[in-house]
Design a protein around this ligand. Structure first.
Ligand SMILES: [Zn+2]
Length: 252
């Protein structure tokens, strides 16, 4: 078994040991044990575990494994090569993700990093650097953290693939994508990213896996991919914690 395969198995065991929480990251309820998720809540999470469409991680009706492709990607391939997601963004995962994303709640981070490493096992085998989607410095200053950066570091710790946490920068302060339609999102982030000049040598010909918390329409990831390709990156893949699977969640 590959190195990451072994690590992922170990990750699965540590996830199993992670389910007795002080306070559940899913429901916020207090529990007697330790860890981030209560056993009864854990079963509600929908683990995509890297399955679904190879290009965008959307759930497909008939999963053909390595050949799975959704209708949208078959019609128009994304800019990046492949995408993997750990869990579905749904009613069960919403609170955990929002507390993490906006509240900076870190106690589920280890488990999330494990899930993502398992989901992205095959693309991580062919990755030189993990790279988080950046926040604009104004938002970073306000919020104080970049949750995508935390996830990239968590996956780096688990997988051994190095994270280049500041490889991309936001060159324009974009409006939050929350509440925007797919078309508005695309326009909002167009030209928003640039690869940092000081990493020019490392990025030339490199294989990058972009890391983000939620894949909604893919517009942010697409704009990030374009910036990396313009910097000479050879191959871009995508690894996210959660994938939006329902149309009504597109405006989160
Ligand atoms: Zn797809």
């Amino acid at each position: 078994m590959s190195r990451i395969g072994h690590l992922a198995k170990a990750g699965l065991r540590s996830v199993a040991g992670f389910i007795w929480p002080a306070r559940s990251v899913l429901t916020g309820e207090r529990h007697g044990g330790q860890g981030a998720i209560a056993a009864e809540d854990f079963t509600q999470l929908r683990f995509l575990n890297g399955r679904g469409c190879r290009s965008c991680a959307a759930i497909v009706e008939i999963d053909l494994g390595e050949d799975s492709l959704c209708g949208a990607c078959a019609a128009k391939a994304p800019r990046w090569d492949q995408a993997r997601a750990a869990i579905a963004y749904d009613d069960a995962s919403r609170q955990m993700i929002l507390e993490f994303k906006h509240g900076g709640r870190r106690d589920g981070l280890g488990a999330m990093g494990n899930w993502m490493t398992m989901a992205g096992q095959d693309i991580l085998e062919a990755t030189d650097y993990l790279m988080p989607v950046p926040l604009h410095y104004q938002r970073l200053a306000k919020r104080g953290f970049n949750q995508a950066g935390w996830l990239a570091q968590a996956v780096a710790r688990r997988s051994g693939v190095p994270a280049m946490v500041d490889g991309l920068k936001r060159v324009k302060p974009t409006q939050s994508q929350g509440g925007l339609t797919a078309r508005q999102r695309k326009k909002n982030v167009a030209g928003a990213f640039k690869a940092r000049a000081r990493y020019r040598k490392q990025l030339e010909g490199a294989r990058i896996t972009l890391v983000d918390d939620v894949y909604t329409t893919g517009s942010t990831l697409s704009a990030s991919t374009l910036a990396l390709k313009q910097a000479g990156v050879a191959n871009v893949n995508v690894l996210v914690l959660a994938r939006v699977v329902r149309d009504r969640d597109v405006t989160i």
